[in-house]
Write a protein that binds this ligand. Structure first.
Ligand SMILES: Cc1ncc(C[n+]2csc(CCOP(=O)(O)OP(=O)(O)O)c2C)c(N)n1
Length: 668
């Protein structure tokens, strides 16, 4: 049994009165069409179509308190159809979120406003995630609902017991990620996830029937959802469906049959309302049709008061929650989890681990080193939720003694995501956004392509998601070019605010993990090898050298004539090349560059040495380190299927090649 909070009981009073409801919904319609008209840009149709359903949700069901937008036990509302951003902004304004002033609404889509074209996380309280790339919000919501169940299992009903609501459009449901997300949610029986589908039969090109004939209800049902279809303009029907959905033991889809651009006299029901201002004449006609006589950006006082009352519904719930929190024995550990701080023990434990590694140096694949680090980390940082997209034994993201998070045991901390890389990444974003947990999970580095839209959003939102990406080069060998990443490191490094780690040995791997866990303002990729690598950090130091981004691993004997940069598995080659060059009296130093993004400007300066980088990927971007006269030893084509050692030779990524290039460049 879950606890009943006041907002979950039958709502009382005027807000459910049909006439009151209609006017309140019309306030959203008016704000949406007027803001889009003023900006001469935006999407009025969706907010106008979903105004009724959203009004029902926000006035009768959603548990929230605009005075406390970060209340951990609030219901989450995700506008997956992010182009309908004016729906969200209107709701936030009307229900009394302080930051969402009418001035912000007037400044819709303008530089510096909180009312960006699509909802952007951290621009304004109440915007739970950045949406716009269709389908992502649905994936995020699955992650939020997973985090909610997990934290409920950990901390109990008194602290965590809330719903996740989504508004999704036809586009969200057509996107492939929706299939991954919904099948995951069904499998996990995320019964507190409720999706309202704006079933308006319209997309940009015209009727949905131009491009799709899926029985969406059957599709969701097939994955274990309960489904319902209602007239999305019938408030009582929508309310009835939501009330029912909350009682089922499965996630719920409510198809809300709506008219896009509801109220627009000539354009309603057509794609003309989807993504353009309606125009003065159509807006005047809409005002007439809706019986809305107020001027643009003017909300009549009685309507505003009703909306404020809706916004005040959650105050009692909030106050009751605070009381429960204050007397909960787990409040302190709950607060730590929500704060996002990792245990202060982490560094000491990882240092002990590093020390043990240097005392007994052994060759080890960095994916295995990562697994070893996780055995330490997951016993210290209790907020981690690990996982893998069906490559657990390859990614080594599991750990000794772990418990699986599933429908029978939400308290587990390891998720079998199945073969759903995109859904996994989108769900991890949702978990990180929910707070209280730190998601990490793995697949092969080459399949970051399948996660990329969500990785980009982790970076854009500045949230802590850790992507454990193994089999990071041709070094994976026989699986061949389909599985060998070549352009991926460069492509990932091109994403702003993403830290791409590629550790060279077990010690660097532990240091990467420490940094990724402590990085609260953005995501990290940790690229790891399949093949064994020697320990190159043989002298213990408690300093985290990876934090420097680039550091001297081996100095030159005598004057440095050559500087070799490398990452991961190619550090071994750089060190061998250095030995050869030094033996010939050519002073050579090796710089390990486990994280480009953390490297200081000093590494980009010409120091008069021959500068060569070696990495088993494309060279794009390395000239930042090597300068325009520098050299690069790496890949310039796809890989091939063969044992790893042969591939390195075949593609010329060898210590000899580095030596030859250095000598050649020293001559010129
Ligand atoms: C991944 C992705 N592809 C394309 C777009 C561009 N786009 C924005 S809205 C939209 C149509 C969405 O149709 P629907 O969900 O039915 O929205 P409605 O027309 O009802 O507003 C498209 C293709 C996008 N935002 N994201």
């Amino acid at each position: 049994m879950t606890t009943m909070h006041s907002s979950e009981q039958a709502p009382s009073g005027g807000l459910t009165d049909p006439a009151t409801h209609k006017v309140m919904a019309n306030a959203i319609r008016a704000l949406a069409m007027d803001a889009v008209q003023k900006a001469n840009s935006g999407h009025p149709g969706m907010p106008m179509g979903m105004a009724d359903a959203a009004t029902v949700l926000f006035t009768r069901f959603l548990k929230f308190d605009p005075r406390h937008p970060n209340w951990p036990d609030r219901d989450r509302f995700v506008l997956s159809a992010g182009h309908g951003s004016m729906l969200l902004y209107s709701l936030l304004h009307l229900t009394g979120y302080e930051d969402m002033t009418m001035e912000e609404i007037r400044n819709f889509r303008q530089l510096g406003s909180k009312t960006a074209g699509h909802p952007e996380y951290s621009h304004a309280p109440g915007v739970e995630t950045t949406t716009g790339p269709l389908g992502q919000g649905l994936g995020n919501a699955v992650g939020m609902a997973m985090a909610e169940r997990h934290l409920n299992a950990r901390f109990g009903d008194g602290l965590v017991d809330h719903y996740t609501y989504v508004i999704a459009g036809d586009g969200c449901l057509m996107e492939g990620v929706s299939q991954e997300a919904l099948s995951m949610a069904g499998h996990l029986k995320l019964s507190k996830l409720i999706v309202l589908w704006d079933d308006n039969d319209i997309t940009i090109d015209g009727a949905v029937s131009l491009s799709d004939s899926t029985d969406q209800l059957a599709r969701f049902k097939a994955s274990g959802w309960d489904v319902a279809r209602v007239d999305g303009h019938d408030a009582a029907a929508v309310a009835g469906a939501i009330a029912k959905a909350r009682e089922t033991g499965t996630p719920s889809l409510i198809a809300c049959k709506t008219t896009i651009g509801y109220g627009a006299p000539t354009k309603a029901g057509t794609s003309a309302t989807h993504g353009a201002a309606l125009g003065d004449e159509e807006i005047a006609g809409t005002r007439k049709a809706l019986g809305w006589s107020a001027a643009p950006f003017d909300i009549p006082e009685d309507v505003a008061a009703n909306w404020r009352a809706a916004g005040a519904r959650g105050q009692m719930d909030f106050d009751a929650w605070v009381l429960r929190h204050n007397s909960d024995v787990q409040a302190a550990s709950f607060d730590i989890a929500i704060s996002g701080e990792v245990s202060s023990d982490l560094t000491a434990q990882l240092n002990a681990h590093k020390k043990a590694l240097t005392e007994d140096p052994k060759p080890m694949a960095t994916r295995k080193s990562s697994g070893a680090a996780l055995n330490v980390i997951n016993n210290v940082v209790l907020e981690t939720i690990g996982g893998s997209a069906d490559l657990t034994g390859s990614n080594n993201t599991d750990w000794k003694g772990m418990e699986v998070l599933n429908a029978d045991h939400y308290g587990g901390r390891f998720v079998y995501y199945g073969i759903r890389e995109h859904g996994m990444a989108a769900a991890m974003n949702g978990m990180a956004l929910h707070g209280g947990v730190i998601p990490y999970s793995g697949t092969f580095l080459v399949f970051t392509d399948y996660c990329r839209p969500s990785i980009r959003l982790s970076a854009l939102m500045g949230i802590r998601v850790i992507y454990v990406m193994t089999h990071d080069s041709i070094g994976l060998g026989e699986d061949g070019p389909t599985h060998q990443p070549v352009e991926h490191l460069a492509a990932l490094r091109a994403i702003p605010n993403l830290t791409v780690f590629r550790p060279a040995d077990a010690v660097e791997t532990a240091e990467c993990w420490e940094l990724a866990l402590k990085r609260k303002d953005g995501p990290s990729v940790i690229a790891l090898t399949r093949q064994n690598l020697p320990l190159v950090r043989t002298t213990y130091t408690d300093e985290n050298l990876v934090a420097q981004g680039a550091y001297e691993l081996a100095g030159a004997q005598g004057d440095a004539k050559v500087t070799l940069f490398g990452t991961g598995s190619e550090i071994e080659l750089a060190l061998t090349a250095r030995d050869t060059l030094q033996a010939e009296g050519i002073g050579t130093r090796v710089i390990s560059v486990p994280a480009w993004e953390l490297a200081g400007e000093e590494w980009f300066k010409d120091d008069g040495t021959v500068r060569i980088a070696v990495e088993a990927g494309v060279g794009q971007g390395w000239d930042r380190f090597t300068g325009s006269n520098g050299g690069f030893v790496g890949m310039s084509s796809f890989g091939a299927s063969a044992p790893a050692k042969e591939l390195y030779k075949h593609f010329g990524i060898t210590a000899d090649a580095v030596v030859a290039m250095a000598k050649e460049k020293l001559k010129s």
